[in-house]
Design a protein around this ligand. Structure first.
Ligand code: FEO
Length: 403
């Protein structure tokens, strides 16, 4: 079992590493690198625990707290977010320190009461409220819908340490705790995946929150999220990345996602790929049922556009492609263009359905879809090539207009 780790003087990571997690909280988020549930112990004249951990790890959390202080001496527990990966161990903690006050947002109070049915000494806090620990001060910043209505950030003023719960987090299990101890590319990749699959729909709020933090003049020396690695070397890296992702900034890159029934749509995809490459963009091609939808969505985060292909079945798209489009509809990727293609037999349908769903996801249909009957012949393969080249031009125009 890992031990408590000091972040700055008298502030400790007391979280746990969940090495084996491969599928996160039921709504389709693959976690190839496991995760951590981070909780932080702030020891001033009074002691505060900021967040807890997922329920099955309560014993490990208490053990780590005991490395530093007797859990019965905790005066305050701050619950930044109700979701059980952060509040699940709260009942076990409160058994050790029943006198402790539980601080949360107004919506957090509703959630904690409805999850645990306990009569703890709750205190609702809002943006700007402070909690003095004697020689240390915690302040609070509500962050509704980043990513739940109750979400809140806690800030340790004396150390300029931001504890923003899920925001800026990554599902990344490691024996290391800090950004300067790991391969940063791997961490950023997981942060991208986290953003694309969890925070995408709230991008407008992310930008507003970043603006608010800037206006408050909040100095940030360290960001300690509730999942993954702590940003202490250059916290600006993840702040700038969030600004870029939330703004829909993109590279000259296209995601080409498809499935095929008897190989014709695949032939189309390969000709389109050649056209895209000829047009000067990087392509990430994925056959949807052989890929992880969360990884495809992560690839879209810094791409300018997406092409989706499917054979037609029952005047509809293949059921293997539909879930990806449904997820995109929920996530509403920012600033992307798209188009559809596919092979059909005696009648079409898939292309039209894909376009409808891309539009519902807020993706601008950049060109007419390409529906080819049966097996594409040579001239139709050329049409596919041109389809890809034309789309590449549009992506390049979009990307350069943003630069
Ligand atoms: Fe990490 Fe929203 O829970």
């Amino acid at each position: 079992m890992s031990r408590a780790v000091e972040l700055v003087k008298d502030v400790y990571w007391v979280g746990v590493v969940d090495w084996d997690l491969r599928y996160f909280h039921g709504y389709s988020l693959s976690t190839h690198r496991g995760t951590t549930y981070n909780a932080y112990l702030v020891c001033g004249e009074k002691t505060a625990l900021v967040d807890t951990v997922f329920t099955p790890f309560a014993g490990e959390l208490l053990q780590k707290i005991s490395d530093v202080v007797d859990p019965s001496r905790i005066d305050y527990v701050v619950s930044n977010h109700v979701e059980v990966d952060h509040s699940g161990a709260l009942p076990a903690v409160m058994e050790q320190c029943p006198q402790a006050q539980v601080l949360c947002s107004k919506r957090g109070l509703e959630g904690l009461k409805k999850n645990y049915y306990r009569d703890w000494d709750f205190r609702v806090v809002k943006t700007g409220d402070e909690l003095s620990l004697g020689n240390k001060t915690l302040s609070f910043l509500e962050a509704p819908m980043l990513h739940w209505p109750d979400s809140m950030f806690t800030y340790l003023k004396e150390e300029a340490l931001l504890m923003p719960n899920d925001a800026f987090g990554q599902h990344f299990a490691s024996s290391a705790r800090f950004d300067d101890e790991v391969d940063l590319h791997e961490v950023v990749e997981e942060a991208e995946k986290y953003y694309a699959n969890i925070l995408y729909p709230f991008s407008r709020l992310v930008l507003k929150k970043l603006e608010e933090v800037q206006k408050l003049g909040l100095e940030i020396k360290m960001i300690a999220p509730s999942h993954g690695i702590i940003w202490r070397q250059e916290p600006e890296i993840i702040i700038d990345a969030y600004r870029s992702w939330a703004s829909g900034e993109a590279r000259p890159k296209v995601v080409l996602a498809y499935d095929t029934m008897w190989g014709s749509t695949e032939q189309m995809a390969r000709s389109i790929l050649e056209g895209l490459v000829e047009g000067g963009v990087e392509v990430q091609m994925r056959r949807v049922p052989l890929s992880d939808a969360n990884d495809i969505i992560k690839e879209l985060l810094n791409a300018g556009g997406i092409l989706v292909g499917s054979s037609t079945i029952h005047r509809n798209l293949l059921p293997t492609v539909a879930p990806l489009l449904e997820e995109l509809t929920d996530l509403k990727p920012v600033g992307k263009i798209g188009a559809a293609f596919g092979s059909s037999g005696w009648n079409g349908g898939a292309v039209e359905k894909i376009e409808k769903q891309l539009s519902a996801a807020g993706i601008e249909i950049a060109q007419e879809g390409l529906d080819i009957r049966w097996v594409p012949d040579e001239s139709e393969q050329k049409r596919c090539f041109e389809f890809g080249r034309e789309f590449a031009e549009k992506v390049l125009a979009r990307v350069s207009s943003e630069a």
